[in-house]
Design a protein around this ligand. Structure first.
Ligand SMILES: [Zn+2]
Length: 239
């Protein structure tokens, strides 16, 4: 191969490598490239914390709250602002029952990661405001939709002084195919001390999955702790 050929191949390889890196940096919630993200606790003890995204949901959230109450477990709900406006009573119930409520943007638009910085800020602040209006609490925890982060999201999070929360175990509970048993098995076999488990209270049968997960994790002597306790961070700004 000629000298020019070698240089061209090297440039192409570099281009591909840079693009692979950029995709990973954005798509992997734990990449920590654009924003520092908490994905697990540092505890060496068998403990985990449950997080629920996308709610509150008109039918399924209350059932999830019933199961959590029955087992005396405190979870964190990453809420969609427009759903907060639709079901404020569910958000108030979350707070009354000791759960943490947090930001998951106002509309959960698929275009969110590609939005302008101003739009990203609006989406986050609108959600924070919606939660504040119904609970009187100003949450400082944020989870990016789809776990995708970008330089724009990183900048806004920094400006607003929020903490970003990812996960160490994705349940894949939103997928159509796997049964509840399979989803539970998938979570349980990846359990580790300080695990942050990603679930969705909007899913049909979320309460039955939760019940099964609590049973299996408890059998393995795992204890359920609140997110702020696990990470030793504050969930809210002081008013
Ligand atoms: Zn989501």
């Amino acid at each position: 191969m000629s000298c020019i050929g070698i240089i061209l191949v090297a440039c192409l390889a570099l281009f591909v490598a840079v693009n692979i890196f950029l995709v990973w940096a954005s798509a992997d919630v734990g990449s920590n490239i654009y924003v520092k993200t908490y994905c697990k606790g540092t505890s060496k003890e068998r403990c985990l914390t449950l997080t629920f995204d996308d709610g509150p949901h008109e039918r399924n959230t209350a059932k999830v709250l019933d199961v959590l109450k029955q087992h005396d477990i405190r979870a964190t709900f990453f809420l969609v602002g427009k759903n907060v406006e639709r079901h404020p009573e569910l958000v108030r119930r979350m707070v009354e029952e000791g759960h943490t409520v947090a930001i998951h943007t106002h509309t959960h638009a698929t275009s969110f990661p590609l939005s302008t910085r101003a739009k990203i800020k609006r989406e986050i602040e609108h959600c924070q405001e919606a939660i504040y209006r119904v609970t009187g609490l100003r949450t400082r925890l944020f989870r990016p939709p789809f776990g995708v982060t970008t330089p724009g999201i990183g900048r806004v999070i920094k400006d607003l002084g929020l903490s970003t929360i990812g996960w160490s175990i994705r349940s894949y509970d939103t997928m159509r195919k796997p049964t509840r048993e399979k989803v539970t098995e998938g979570i349980v076999k990846r359990l580790h001390p300080g695990a942050i488990v990603l679930l969705h209270d909007r899913c049909e049968g979320a309460e039955a999955l939760l019940e099964m997960l609590i049973g299996e994790a408890s059998k393995r002597e795992y204890r359920f702790v609140a997110l702020n306790e696990m990470l030793n961070i504050k969930g809210y700004y002081e008013n």
